[in-house]
Design a binder for this molecule. Structure first.
Ligand SMILES: [Zn+2]
Length: 151
């Protein structure tokens, strides 16, 4: 779909630090882009445009669990977070995708606190205060480690 942000990422019109970390026939994993709020904050994207989990093909549904589990295992080995949050909303970007968010030291705990924390970081970035946005080089380094772990 031409106006879909995630389709744009998959087509290479938008990029994330470290590029594609993992891909198979159905799914692609990479950092969240624009901006990098947290190194290791990943997005698992369906490789075709689809907006409802109920419309996944049998192959897509069967491979979703393994890609989520392997992504979380790789994050756990590389970053050793206290927890890893996995969620999907499909509100701003309707293309099926999952946010994979490592809960790192210094982050608040719990869904509301984490999303408020991330929203604050994104908002400060958008109004020009970038000190809370991480260096893309850090995310690229983590992406390289994750790519090696997921091979
Ligand atoms: Zn799309």
């Amino acid at each position: 779909m031409s106006n879909c942000y995630t389709c744009g990422v998959l087509a290479g019109r938008h990029s994330a630090p470290g590029g594609t970390i993992y891909e198979d026939a159905c799914w692609e994993v990479g950092h969240i882009s624009d901006p990098v709020l947290l190194p290791g904050y990943l997005i698992i994207k369906l490789r075709r445009h689809c907006e409802h989990l109920a419309d996944l093909t049998p192959e897509e549904a069967a491979t979703l669990g393994p890609v989520v589990q392997r992504t979380c295992l790789a994050l756990a080995r590389i970053l050793n977070p206290a927890k890893i949050y996995v969620c999907s909303f499909g509100e701003g970007v309707q293309h099926i995708h999952f946010h994979v968010i490592p809960s790192m030291a210094g982050m608040p705990a719990g869904s509301y606190a984490v999303f408020l924390w991330l929203w604050l970081r994104r908002s400060l970035h958008r109004i020009g205060i970038k000190k809370w946005v991480h260096d893309p080089a850090v995310a690229e380094n983590i992406a390289a480690q994750l790519r090696h772990e997921l091979c």
